[in-house]
Design a protein around this ligand. Structure first.
Ligand SMILES: Cc1cc2nc3c(=O)[nH]c(=O)nc-3n(C[C@H](O)[C@H](O)[C@H](O)COP(=O)(O)OP(=O)(O)OC[C@H]3O[C@@H](n4cnc5c(N)ncnc54)[C@H](O)[C@@H]3O)c2cc1C
Length: 425
């Protein structure tokens, strides 16, 4: 029996979570799907990455993926908050959101490996060492140039990350990152160093995963343990005006990280000093203004994931929103069919844009709630540091929503052919 997207040839650029999700969802619907990845091998780079219930729902819709993710992911029922002097503030239990579905937090490389394997198992044609150099489109097709070869399809989805070439050459926007004024030291390490120090040994508990956040003026330090007490990840977000280079592989220095929390409790210093320097990254956080559009003039090429909308880590939604993009794009393509690819891309943009914009803003509001807090007040009202857990962000079914609103979205766009996203909303 013909599947809804059979006959469609979909080209996807970038094998991050946006590209992989889009490719899996298009392939599942029967499209011939080619995924181009510039790297020559699948790389394990990164450290902790968080997927909320909204993207957890997508993982769980893929056969056997949840059971592969469970052993590598963090499992705790809440997040304990302490002040910079180690005074206990409160514990935020995730029970209020139990009905929203499971979250998955773990090492980016390990989670990426599971999703990658799933993409291969459903028949996505992943081409490594395929750095896309050019994009082109006509009214009836779109394509890419890879290693000098021109490859043509019905549509191109570009999930090529924060330094997107697609954004620059398809949409004509100069990429101008601006400093956010913050940077993050990030580490993923074994727990041998923690076990050796009585101050920190409790963190390496083989029976319980710990999740603790120490908060202070303009700095926060989050620690998570997982994999039966053998792995620990921490992130330290601090003021930094130095430059606007962002890199997941820039080296970090232990003593510089300690300086960012100079007057803090000894346990914080002990955790940082237990970190092998090779496992420490210094990642500068940048802002990019929202793009005026995510789709190309002939509506055959669309941006997705970080290429369209980078997130601050304090939104805890970057990877989740990228996956929602991939699912939504596939549903729109299915409902539009081969003859109406332009409708699919416009609907994808209109469905996703306002939701992404609103979610991006939570990155700033969440950070400010911690960093700008008056700590005398926090000690009087410790519950005030709890993370907002928005139902509209987390209790969301991207696929169901796209099926529900596709028809009315296309009708509204046909009635208003000049519609463009409004980033002021
Ligand atoms: C190496 C790396 C490590 C990361 N580590 C973390 C982490 O530890 N924690 C966290 O929260 N987030 C991390 N992120 C970011 C996080 O994965 C993304 O913000 C989020 O998942 C959105 O993913 P994306 O698919 O839009 O982009 P990305 O994950 O950035 O994926 C983009 C992909 O496109 C490929 N690509 C780029 N240009 C081309 C081209 N011209 N042709 C073909 N392929 C191309 C890149 O090689 C990359 O694989 C990391 C990203 C990267 C690239």
């Amino acid at each position: 029996m013909a599947q809804p997207c059979s006959g469609l040839k979909v080209l996807v650029v970038g094998a991050g979570f946006a590209g992989l999700t889009c490719a899996i969802e298009c392939r599942k619907r029967g499209a011939e799907t080619i995924l181009f990845e510039g790297n020559t091998s699948r790389r394990q780079l990164g450290d902790i990455i968080s997927f909320g219930s909204n993207s957890g729902r997508i993982f769980r819709s893929w056969p056997r993926v949840e059971e592969k993710l469970d052993p590598v992911c963090h499992h705790s029922d809440g997040l304990e908050f302490r002040a910079f002097d180690d005074d206990f503030l409160c514990r935020q239990i995730w029970d209020s959101e139990a009905d929203w579905g499971k979250r998955f937090n773990g090492h980016r490389g390990e989670i990426h490996g599971v999703v990658w394997d799933h993409a291969l198992s459903v028949g996505v044609d992943i081409r490594l060492g395929s750095k896309v150099q050019e994009y082109f489109e006509t009214d009836t097709e779109a394509g890419v140039v890879v290693n000098g070869e021109k490859i043509v399809g019905d549509v191109v989805f570009a999930g090529d990350g924060v330094r997107s070439l697609a954004r620059t050459i398809v949409l004509g926007f100069e990429d101008k990152p601006k400093s956010s004024g913050y940077a993050v030291y990030r580490a993923w390490m074994g727990t041998e160093g923690l076990k050796a120090n009585p101050l920190t040994a409790w963190l390496a508990d083989p029976n319980i995963d710990h999740h603790v956040g120490w908060l202070g003026p303009d700095v926060h330090f989050l620690v998570a343990t997982l994999q039966k007490g053998t792995a620990c990840s921490w992130v330290l977000t601090h003021k930094d005006e130095a430059d606007v280079e962002e890199s997941w592989s820039a080296p970090g220095y232990v003593e510089e990280a300690v300086k960012a929390v100079q007057d803090w409790a000894p346990i914080v210093h002990a955790i940082i000093r237990a970190t092998p320097e090779k496992d420490l990254v210094d990642w500068k956080l940048v802002f990019r203004d929202p793009l005026p559009t995510w789709i190309s003039p002939k509506r055959r090429i669309a941006l997705m994931g970080d290429a369209a909308h980078p997130f601050l880590p304090t939104s805890i939604q970057g990877a989740s929103q990228s996956m929602e993009d991939g699912v939504t794009a596939a549903v729109c393509l299915e409902l539009a069919g081969k003859a109406n690819v332009a409708d699919a891309l416009r609907a994808y943009e209109k469905i996703r844009y306002p939701r992404v914009l609103a979610t991006q803003r939570t990155g700033v509001t969440n950070r400010e709630a911690w960093h700008k807090a008056d700590f005398d007040q926090v000690k009087k009202n410790p519950e005030s540091v709890k993370l907002p857990r928005q139902d509209w962000v987390l209790n969301f079914d991207a696929s169901g929503h796209a099926y529900e609103v596709y028809k009315e979205t296309v009708e509204s766009l046909r009635a208003d052919p000049g519609w463009m996203p409004d980033s002021r909303l």
